[in-house]
Design a protein around this ligand. Structure first.
Ligand SMILES: Cc1ncc(COP(=O)(O)O)c(C=O)c1O
Length: 370
């Protein structure tokens, strides 16, 4: 059976090729121009490099197909987040964001929104279920939360937040559109740090905003144009190139993650495993309902920091590094950044290594820790 995601991804791979003429290059070209030939009254699409770029057009069309929405690209996930927050929150507005989500979003809000009269409130992702959204201008969702991997019910939160008059934005970085589609569940906007699985090769920092609301997208596109937070043509091209293998990479990563999460849970050296795909996850039923894949990130808790560090540093196919979603399996103790997780909590990002080779490397170290 061909799923909708299968069909969409096939279109992502082929859409530009349909319009090629004999002799045209198959891949998109990189256009480095900062300015374009522009005689007389300006009427061409490309005029100046801060406003448009042919590679941006290619990438926004491809990501737009994938998201089934309009897309504006940015030079980082944070630039994408800032474009939405700083265009939609003003003096007197109230902003709800997760206390357990990606910490830099909170720092951005505290440093640049609060001094401008925006009131922020924090709520743990699981507590969104009981939260009253009355009076909020904007509600931010991150499910699964990063790094704790807690969930909230997107459809329920969106419906209640909309009834209260709020705009709903979801950070969909961890799952990507191939793992979860917040826009289909009613969210107004998604942001994605494409630095993670969509870029996937640990060689480019990037982001995008997607929405089916033209007014929101005009505000976001204008922000990029006038603030000048624009992605470089080469970085845009790298993401376009990465997109070609994204579905294959993500499939391998999510498939391996489920196998490895199940085995980690059985291993005596491991104190606890958190992964939405496991029956033991508190919100596994919700995960099955709202996610199409369970993702590539696993939360693994060891007895203490020292044991966790040995697992991270001694496993041959684990790269000790921050970030996730790359082709190489990577891991870090999130307590080292001050996240509210146990000292022995490891965020493990499963990469594209053959599953059994990866598990065998992990098991060798785990057996020595048990
Ligand atoms: C969930 C999430 N959102 C946003 C970001 C920010 O992305 P970037 O580092 O590309 O600015 C990150 C980065 O780690 C992230 O994990």
């Amino acid at each position: 059976m061909v799923t909708r995601d299968d069909d969409l991804f096939a279109q992502v791979l082929h859409h530009r090729i349909r319009d090629l003429q004999p002799g045209d290059p198959i891949p998109a070209s990189i256009d480095l121009a900062s300015t374009y030939l522009l005689p007389g009254t300006p009427s061409t699409h490309h005029q100046y490099g801060r406003w448009t770029n042919p590679v941006w057009d290619e990438l926004e069309a491809a990501l737009g197909l994938l998201e089934n929405a309009e897309v504006v690209i940015f030079p980082s996930g944070m630039a994408a987040i800032a474009s939405v927050l700083l265009t939609h929150l003003h003096t007197g507005d109230r902003f709800l964001l997760p206390s357990d989500g990606y910490y830099t979003t909170r720092i951005l809000a505290e440093k640049y929104l609060v001094p401008n009269g925006v009131e922020i409130e924090l709520c743990a992702t699981r507590d969104y279920a009981a939260r009253d959204f009355a009076g909020f201008r904007l509600v931010w969702i991150e499910t699964p939360s990063n790094p704790g991997l807690d969930l909230c019910d997107l459809q329920d939160v969106v419906a209640r937040a909309h009834a209260a008059g709020a705009i709903v934005v979801a950070d969909n970085t961890t799952l990507t559109p191939l793992g979860q589609r917040p826009l289909d569940l009613g969210a107004d906007v998604i942001i994605s740090a494409d630095t993670k699985a969509i870029g996937g090769h640990s060689d480019v920092v990037f982001g995008h905003v997607a929405s089916r609301n033209a007014e929101i997208m005009t505000a976001v596109r204008d922000w990029r144009k006038f603030v000048g937070a624009i992605p470089g043509p080469f970085e845009s091209w790298l993401i376009l190139r990465s997109l070609e293998s994204f579905e294959v990479r993500f499939d391998r990563m999510c498939t391996s993650a489920l196998v490895i999460a199940e085995r980690l849970e059985q291993h005596p050296a491991v104190a606890a495993v958190k992964y939405p795909g496991l029956a033991s996850h508190t919100d596994h039923e919700l995960a099955q309902r709202q996610m199409t894949r369970f993702g590539s990130v696993i939360g693994v808790t060891f007895a203490d920091a020292a044991t966790a560090e040995r697992f991270i540093n001694d496993t041959p196919y684990i790269v000790p590094s921050t970030s996730f979603g790359g082709t190489h399996t990577s891991a870090e103790r999130r307590a080292r950044w001050g996240d509210a997780v146990a000292d022995g909590y490891v965020r493990l990002s499963i990469g594209c290594e053959p599953t059994e080779a990866l598990w065998s490397a992990m098991k060798g170290v785990l057996d020595s820790l048990a």
